[in-house]
Design a protein around this ligand. Structure first.
Ligand code: HEM
Length: 433
């Protein structure tokens, strides 16, 4: 197997991607022949910041080279068809989670690792600790508080004259509130958790050595100390609250107690996997509705369409693109992929596959069934999908009631970033009165 350290390019000046040594497509990238597009493909290409451009280039790659090879990051395969991605996600013994992001990072170097970067029996044991914590039935208990909180924010939005920082004030806070309640962490910790989230999702992987150093020496120990404080408070079952963290603290894996380092990595995965994803999804959906006011009106008039609308919006705005490390030689889409090679599977490509959804370019809030890989598939299927859908549903319901018309705030432009998990950096909206 190739040594993973050999794949990471020697440091060079970072380009527009923030990554040293990676090629950037030219401005007229859409004129490039497919073989050039694919050989320089990587998920940080600045062109992929634009959701529509990204969906369109990925659909072109899916049509013209459904399994293609890129030379970037020492070489990796891009798998784009719905059925091929499903097969790979479900065949986790071959497509392993030792690597889930590119450029490759190993589990020991990440706090977003348990259980997401585990395989086989180890993954099953640790996933079982969290299983059931975020099901629809479980999260439904949150409804009164989460709805009240969401309604207050929606009313604040509608009362705001001029620009409203939707990303910072609404999309960041609503998912974090639900998360804090499930973990039974103090509400006043919300800002601290959002700060940890930034460190865990972005700064721990920074290309800037000083930032990584600060993460290792200051932020990571603070995060572990924070987790430890709450673990200690739950050690006595007689006084521990009935919450997810207590369940984790008293869980067993392979017949022993879960250790502090493992708990910190589990909480890190939940914060990293749970807060940024729902925040980015919510904001991207609202940006789309700001540009398609008739479709917002459709939901105001037909609130019963909200659940399907959420699935359609999740399908059309897939944000995470999981990678895998191949364990044994395998064949997919007529190509042989060798042991030790890397693949990346952007659901944004698969979700527009006409083999999965008829007329996939149409955003249809009455579609009979919506097939997408936005939450992946197989053993690593997103554990928080139920919570994410529930949080989005409450947000859509309260926003459609409180804010009948809105647009992108004048003089502002929404900002996105591309990457393993695509996200938003700014979204300012304003109510149309
Ligand atoms: C719209 C929001 C979300 C999206 C798009 C999303 C997407 C994903 C994807 C694609 C995976 C698979 C990653 C891989 O296999 O490499 C995943 C796994 C995971 N997600 Fe989510 N997620 C979302 C929300 C959440 C929430 C709210 C939580 C919990 C608070 C959560 C917790 C997790 C966990 C723990 C895993 C690892 C599961 C495992 O490895 O067994 N996610 N998510």
């Amino acid at each position: 197997m190739t040594n993973l350290d050999d794949r990471i390019d020697e440091p060079q000046a970072a380009g527009a991607t923030g990554l040293p040594g990676v090629p950037v497509w030219p401005e007229d990238w859409d004129q490039l022949p497919t073989d050039e597009l694919i050989s320089d493909f990587h998920i940080f290409q600045p062109a992929l910041c634009d959701v529509e451009a990204r969906n369109s280039v990925l659909s072109r790659l899916r049509r013209e080279c459904p399994v293609g090879h890129s030379d970037v990051f020492g070489g990796h395969w891009l798998i784009t068809r719905y059925a091929d991605q499903q097969r790979a996600f479900k065949n986790a013994d071959v497509f392993t989670s030792k690597i889930i992001i590119l450029p490759p990072l190993e589990a020991r170097d990440s706090f977003i690792s348990v259980p997401i970067m585990m395989d086989g029996e180890e993954h099953r044991e640790f996933r079982a600790v969290l299983l059931g914590a975020f099901t629809r039935r479980r999260v439904a208990g949150l409804e009164p508080e989460l709805r009240q909180y969401t309604r207050e924010l929606a009313e604040e939005f509608t009362a705001t004259q001029g620009r409203y920082d939707f990303l910072g004030n609404f999309a960041s806070r609503v998912p974090a509130f639900g998360f804090v309640r499930i973990m039974a962490l103090p509400a006043e910790d919300l800002d601290q958790l959002l700060d940890f989230k930034d460190w865990l999702v972005q700064n721990q992987f920074s290309q800037d050595e000083a930032v990584r150093e600060r993460f290792q020496t200051v932020e990571a120990p603070q995060f572990v100390a924070y987790v430890q404080k709450h673990v200690t408070a739950r050690e006595d079952p007689a006084t521990a609250p009935d919450d997810l963290l207590t369940k984790i603290v008293h869980s067993e894996v392979f017949g022993r107690r879960v250790e502090l380092d493992e708990i910190a990595r589990m909480v890190g995965t939940l914060i990293g996997g749970g807060l940024d994803t729902t925040r980015a999804s919510m904001a991207m959906h609202m940006e789309w509705f700001a540009r398609h006011p008739a479709r917002w009106q459709e939901l105001i008039e037909h609130p019963d369409r909200i659940p399907t609308a959420i699935e359609e919006m999740l399908r059309c705005h897939a944000i995470a693109s999981p990678a895998r490390l191949v364990a044994t030689d395998t064949e997919i889409g007529g190509h042989t992929i060798r042991a030790g090679e890397l693949v990346q599977m952007p659901p944004a490509a698969a979700n527009f596959d006409p083999e999965a959804n008829a007329d996939p370019e149409r955003v249809d809030f009455e579609r009979d069934s919506v097939r997408h890989n936005t939450f992946a598939a197989g053993p690593h299927f997103c554990l928080g999908a139920g919570l994410a859908r529930f949080t989005l549903e409450i947000a859509y319901q309260e926003l459609t009631k409180a804010v009948p018309r809105f647009r992108i705030a004048e003089g502002t432009a929404p900002r996105h970033h591309a990457g393993n998990v695509m996200g938003m950096e700014s979204l300012e909206l304003e109510v149309v009165r």
